[in-house]
Design a protein around this ligand. Structure first.
Ligand code: SF4
Ligand code: SF4
Length: 423
């Protein structure tokens, strides 16, 4: 008889039982497509979760691996006729796993030092960002990359994702416009993105100002909590949710704009993770940047159609399956271009970034990125536009490793360039 597991009470078995095992989700699951293994499919994982919760199957490292290999891309949810809320199931199953497994040294280091010790401390992150900028500019980066030491230390994958860092700054609390004809918006700037992607944030602020919005950047905001949530750390996620809900309270009448769909998918569903009206209202105020511009301000781009040959759009899973804004971003970019903006072939799959998946599941992550890089090659593009910083860093590192002459940018950067070009 398997051991009785702790913390199974919150697992929504009734939702898992909605799965009628039809298998329609299987061809949409990136890990099943790669492995051909039922245990690496949505249907198989749901069966494993049910058996684990019902105490019919012991929680073994193998079972844990099958759950960990899920990307949380939620392609299966989009394909499921029975509306099984797979994303919630896998996150809740991981919370059960987290409550029952022994803590290993590696996990303690990753979690206590990198996640709880750094990711959720914006000041410490900024300090590390400054050190990393020094590391890049001093030439030490080139020496370390050439020495093979990064690989020995297990840091090669994460270091490869580091883009050239600009001079880091603190964001102002508000970027006002004289004639705020449209009103005010609040901007979510995330944790890693505010260090590694400041040009995108600057571009978005310029565009929103140009549209007639004053832009507020609540200073007490923090990491969205997605890394904690998807790893089964409910308490850690709830702490960050409470912090962000409070941080955005002074802007409570304003739409909240996010520039990273991976964060956006988490922010949108705050109401599912903590009880109370405030968290739900937070999600209701949330907009992806591209969708917000397309929905409200397409007129701004009316006379800007430009020759944007060689631009391809990458659809992050979080934008497509959770924020449901991928079509809007494509429409927006198409509106700006006199030539066809292509979507990458097989765009409805996952590039393998998936939060920290590229670190925890490097083999599957690499296989999936390989396919996306093939699609980039075949498209013949010189610029890939994506709305998620995690995908952008992951793809850019792969592009660099293959010596392709392709840039990866956020839609805000492209729109900003076009608007500047058109004066
Ligand atoms: S499509 Fe839905 S109901 Fe069918 S097997 Fe997949 S999760 Fe279950
Ligand atoms: S979330 Fe993605 S990887 Fe996980 S089971 Fe569903 S389709 Fe497969």
């Amino acid at each position: 008889m398997p051991q009785t597991l702790l913390a199974t009470d919150r697992f929504p078995l009734a939702d898992a039982d909605k799965c009628v095992q039809c298998g329609l989700c299987l061809p949409h699951c990136p890990t099943y497509r790669k492995s051909g293994d039922e245990n690496e499919s949505p249907r198989g994982r749901i069966a494993l979760m049910r058996a684990m919760i019902r105490n019919e199957l012991p929680l073994t490292p193998r079972l844990e691996t099958h759950l960990d290999r899920c990307l949380s891309c939620r392609n299966c949810e989009a394909a499921c006729p029975a509306q099984v809320p797979y994303g919630r199931l896998v996150d809740d199953a991981r919370a059960v796993v987290a409550a029952n497994r022994p803590e290993t040294w590696g996990r303690r280091v990753l979690w206590r030092w990198a996640v709880d010790g750094l990711l959720v401390h914006p000041d410490r992150l900024r300090g590390v960002g400054r050190l990393l900028r020094g590391y890049q500019r001093s030439g030490l980066q080139a020496i370390m990359r050439g020495s093979g030491l990064l690989r020995l230390l297990g840091l090669a994958a994460v270091e490869a994702q580091l883009p050239p860092l600009p001079k880091l700054k603190r964001f102002a609390t508000v970027y006002p416009v004289q004639d705020a004809a449209r009103g005010e918006v609040a901007l979510f700037v995330g944790c890693i993105a505010r260090i590694v992607d400041q040009p995108t944030i600057d571009a978005a602020i310029r565009i929103l100002n140009k549209m007639g919005y004053s832009v507020h950047v609540p200073p007490a905001q923090n990491c969205c909590g997605a890394v904690h949530h998807h790893a089964g750390d409910r308490q850690g996620a709830q702490r960050l949710i409470a912090q962000n809900v409070n941080a955005f309270k002074p802007t409570e009448d304003m739409p909240i704009i996010t520039l990273a769909s991976g964060c956006g998918a988490m922010l949108l569903e705050y109401g599912q993770h903590v009880p109370g009206r405030e968290a739900t209202d937070f999600g209701l105020r949330l907009h992806d940047f591209g969708a917000f511009v397309e929905d409200h301000h397409a007129a701004l781009l009316k006379n800007t159609a430009t020759y944007l040959d060689g631009v391809a759009v990458h659809d992050p899973c979080s934008l497509r399956n959770v924020m449901h804004s991928a079509k809007k971003t494509h429409k927006l970019l198409s509106r700006m271009s006199t030539t066809k903006i292509t979507k990458l072939a097989d765009h409805a799959t996952c590039c393998g970034a998936a939060g920290i998946y590229f670190l925890t599941q490097p083999t599957m992550s690499e296989q999936l990125r390989h396919d996306t890089l093939q699609a980039i090659r075949h498209s013949g593009c010189h610029t890939v536009v994506t709305s998620n910083i995690g995908c952008a860093l992951h793809l850019a590192a792969g592009i660099a490793s293959q010596h392709l002459d392709v840039k990866v940018i956020h839609p805000a950067i492209l729109i900003d360039r076009v608007l500047r070009l058109k004066g």
